[in-house]
Design a protein. Structure first.
Length: 106
């Protein structure tokens, strides 16, 4: 099995010379209830792939996923900063709202 570093090194190698480095992360959350009801939520985080890894926080592709608005990679963000803008954080916040509404109605 490859390490995170090996995976993002391969990504950077494969993107060498590529003009467009646009990227995004997407998360979908689905909850299915025994009565057949379902709740769905999604979240996205848009950015670019950096030219070199930066930062040691997080996991996976975090050191090479650059967020232009913050001028940092996910690997340079604290857990709190990342959760505020990440695809998972966004999806879970939407899901929490959907779940709260569902539970009030049922």
């Amino acid at each position: 099995m490859n390490t995170d570093q090996e995976r993002y090194a391969l990504l950077l190698q494969n993107l060498r010379g590529t003009m467009s480095r646009a990227a995004h992360f997407h998360t979908a959350v689905v909850c299915c209830f025994p009565n057949g009801d379902t709740l769905e939520a999604a979240g996205d985080c848009y950015g670019t792939i950096a030219y070199a890894p930066m930062g040691t926080e997080g996991f996976g592709y975090d050191p090479v996923f650059f967020v232009p608005e913050l001028r940092k990679t996910f690997g340079q963000l604290t857990a709190e900063e990342k959760n505020a803008i990440s695809h998972r954080g966004r999806a879970l916040r939407v899901f929490a709202e959907e779940l709260e509404t569902y539970l009030k109605q049922n």
